[in-house]
Design a binder for this molecule. Structure first.
Ligand code: NAP
Ligand code: MG
Length: 403
């Protein structure tokens, strides 16, 4: 069989530890036999980031901007212990943070469902995709303690330093306490909104957005208004044509609806809500190894990755020559996401179809009872006894199903 030809390269960002090992095997076993793979390769493994003073991360992000589609392996975000372990020049910043800053995007996280792996909320039959705004609010808040007798104000100065507004936050005359100030930017909220609308159209899922605008009548209300204005002007007709809807509701109502739903929703969250709710949703679906993540920029650039890290504990076992059983599903789906998107953008239906086949083969392998160790205890299906495979064994089982 002739290999599928590509036109534009995918920006390939290699990574660290166990996921770097899986990366190579996924390409060898599942992609290279079928696709004449064209990539522009960037090694974001920690030694190379250190050697290039992290310039390789910036170059990869710029390439992702140029070509539109990238796929990234999990990478180490160094802490003090890693600086020692890898003898680093300095404690380099999180590559994901750097890429996010350059692409200016929104992160979407979606679970991969397989029959037999039952979510802790059994009513969830379809994926719930969470979109988290990654700018502002308490993450760049200013806060302090106040003593008894203090008065705290919110002060706004104009461009020439003149006091434009002075609002009393609290008179602490009856005792000390705490005070906090947060902000956001219209432009950032607008780009968050567009990313969500575009993604909903892309995957044809209804979009829910929720804040607490009944209480926060200026701050949260601004989010609601910006979403509403952009929807009305730019997306209303496209949503109607795609047969999906946009709904705004209160955050507490959204939580109740999501739990009662059967899934199949794109749920847009403000920064803090997204932080908390994405962990809740990921855990409720079962395993970190089954959660995909994609960064979508307002200009339509895509960076696909797995939501989990480099699985360090498994890597140390691997180095000692011991057998590992590391789940590669989310990393396979990062590759298929990138291949399918590239096929779509370049008009190569065979490439997109191959990506979908690989996804199906991966899920069907699990459904047939062949899986990695993390899934075995979660798996329940009548007449199927789950079998634990090692890391490479799982990839080979998927490969033979793909054949
Ligand atoms: P992690 O690599 O996600 O692993 C945490 C634990 O979750 C593992 O020890 C393992 O549990 C389980 N796990 C995660 N992914 C799995 C998989 N694919 N298959 C099977 N089990 C899996 O998180 P971490 O230990 O907090 O971080 C390790 C390194 O990854 C750090 O250096 C961190 O900076 C980096 N990190 C990178 C990214 C990214 O690049 N996107 C994200 C998060 C963390 P058991 O050991 O119990 O089997
Ligand atoms: Mg969190």
């Amino acid at each position: 069989m002739a290999k599928i030809q590509m036109k534009t390269p995918i920006v390939e960002m290699d990574g660290d530890e166990m996921t770097r090992v899986l990366w190579q095997w996924i390409k060898e076993d599942l992609i290279l036999p079928y696709v004449d793979l064209k990539t522009e390769y960037y090694d974001l493994g920690l030694p190379e980031r250190d050697r290039t003073d992290d310039a390789v991360t910036v170059a990869a992000a710029e390439a992702n901007k140029k070509y539109g589609v990238g796929v990234k392996c999990a990478t180490i975000t160094p802490n003090a212990q890693r600086v020692e372990e890898y003898k680093l020049k300095k404690m380099w910043k999180s590559p994901n943070g750097t890429i996010r800053r350059i692409l200016d995007g929104t992160v979407f996280r979606a679970p991969i469902l397989a029959k037999g792996i039952t979510p802790y909320i059994p009513g969830w039959k379809k994926p719930i995709v969470l979109a988290r705004h990654a700018y502002g609010d308490v993450y760049s808040g200013v806060e302090t303690r106040a003593e008894a007798g203090d008065k705290a104000y919110l002060l706004v100065e104009g461009a020439n330093g003149e006091v434009k507004q002075k609002l009393l936050v609290q008179d602490f005359s009856k005792g000390g306490g705490i005070v906090q100030s947060v902000h956001n930017l219209d432009a950032s909220i607008a780009s968050f909104a567009r990313s969500c609308f575009n993604y909903a159209l892309d995957v044809k899922m209804p979009l829910w957005f929720a804040t607490k605008d009944t209480i926060s009548k200026t701050y949260d209300h601004r989010f609601k208004d910006i979403f509403a204005e952009i929807f009305e002007k730019e997306y209303k007709e496209k949503f109607a044509a795609a047969g999906i809807e946009y709904m705004y509701t209160l955050i507490d109502d959204a939580v109740a609806r999501v739990v009662r739903s059967e899934g199949g929703i794109l749920w847009a969250c403000k920064n803090y809500d997204g932080d908390v709710m994405s962990d809740m949703v990921a855990t409720a679906y079962g395993s970190l190894g089954m959660m995909t993540s994609v960064l979508v920029s307002p200009e339509g650039n895509y960076e696909f990755e797995a939501a989990h890290g480099t699985v360090t504990r498994h890597y140390y076992k691997h180095l000692k020559g011991e057998e590992t059983s590391t789940n590669s599903v989310a990393t396979i789906f990062a590759w298929t996401g990138a291949l399918a998107k590239r096929g779509e953008l370049d008009g190569i239906p065979a490439l997109t179809a191959f990506a979908k086949k690989l996804e199906r083969a991966t899920v069907e392998t699990i459904e047939a009872g062949e899986m990695t160790g993390d899934l075995v205890s979660l798996f329940k299906a009548e007449g199927v006894t789950p079998k634990k495979l090692n890391s490479r064994g799982f990839l080979q089982a998927v490969a033979s199903r793909l054949e």
